[in-house]
Design a protein around this ligand. Structure first.
Ligand code: NI
Length: 170
């Protein structure tokens, strides 16, 4: 596996739809371990496979922060099965360095995913975990957090986005 960091906005892989994982083999286990490493290094709370140039439906999440106990999860073929409420929060993305914006998302979600052990599980989430799972599943579908912004806000970010695009080509 290549030792690439996180792919930056402008790279076409971020706009591609990741493919369902049919078999959890050594490649998938290695990809998951690699993603945890990259995420940790970048101090992120979530990472989708697209962001390391792999088009597998795989997400890693780590919402543990300092003394705040969170969740550390590997999600294979995750799917949202229910959602309620809505909340607007400042959100960023490792593929958009130094950029953040208010994004409205469901407050609580139910989701299913398969773990590295091959077992399908169901999970109910709220707060930061609900937000991270929604953000990362978006990635697997080629959807980025800026897609949730209104036209005015997007206009305001236009210059920064162009700069990122240039950076991604380097
Ligand atoms: Ni992201």
């Amino acid at each position: 596996m290549t030792n690439k960091g996180v792919v930056i906005f402008g790279d076409p892989v971020l706009r591609k739809k990741a493919v369902a994982i049919a078999r959890i083999d050594d490649r998938i286990r290695a990809l998951s371990a690699h993603m945890f490493e990259v995420m940790k290094k970048a101090r992120g709370i979530g990472l989708a496979a697209n962001q390391v140039s792999a088009l597998d439906r795989l997400v890693v999440i780590d919402t543990n922060r300092g003394d705040t106990k969170g969740h550390c999860l590997t999600l294979i073929n995750p799917e949202i099965i229910g959602a309620s409420g809505s909340v607007k929060l400042d959100e960023g993305c490792l593929s958009f360095p130094e950029l953040s914006a208010d994004v409205e998302r469901s407050e609580r979600i139910g989701f299913t995913a398969t773990g590295l052990d091959g077992k399908r599980f169901e999970f109910e989430a709220e707060g930061i975990l609900a937000r991270a799972v929604q953000h990362e599943i978006d990635h697997l579908n080629g959807v980025l957090f800026i897609d949730h912004l209104g036209t005015t806000k997007k206009m305001l970010l236009k210059k920064q986005l162009e700069e990122l695009k240039k950076l991604s080509k380097k």
